[in-house]
Design a binder for this molecule. Sequence first.
Ligand SMILES: [Zn+2]
Length: 213
Amino acid sequence: MIQIIKNEPTFFTDAKKKVKSSHFVSSTWSELGKDEENFKIKLREHILLEEQNMLCAYCNQEIEADENNSNTDHFKKRANCPKETLEYKNLLVSCKSEFHCENIKDNFKFTHCSEFDKIVNPAIENPDDFFDYGIYGDILVKDGLSKADEEKAKFTIEVFELNNSSLKKDRAKIGDSLKFYYDLDYELNDILDDIISYPSFIKNIYTKIGEIK
Ligand SMILES: [Zn+2]
């Protein structure tokens, strides 16, 4: 996970002003941008391209902007947090894997909006403060956290299934290739230009690869 800097575009602010049915969550969301063709597509593409560098907000895999591969997710579910339905910071784009990310989070039974505060929110916190990585692709809870932050990191891994085997395998493969980059004296920034997915894993592993090898 990487930190996401949210910057509400004016087309979203303008569309929000036209929404009237603020009491009914699903109609509020469906009313958003209804006057404008392809509004939700434009929104998803904006978030992905301008804020998330084409990465899923949670697993950080590179994803396509089309609706088969990505979805605008309400970090805090609309059903539990209706007031956050049109809150721009609450909108993150997720991959559509059935094994991790949004789909797994949405299967969790949340009963109250405040429960989402138990998850690391990449739009307001820096995930690097919570997670560490292993060369074999594991995402780990960082050492030295307070009890509360340790619980938060653990729950975040669980709620998005961030150690799902396919993600781990993917990261491990990149971990392997990092050894070659290291031998060839590559700068970290050049590697991040080459490999789009999993930037926090790459940064974390590459800075300690000399010790690992
Ligand atoms: Zn994902």
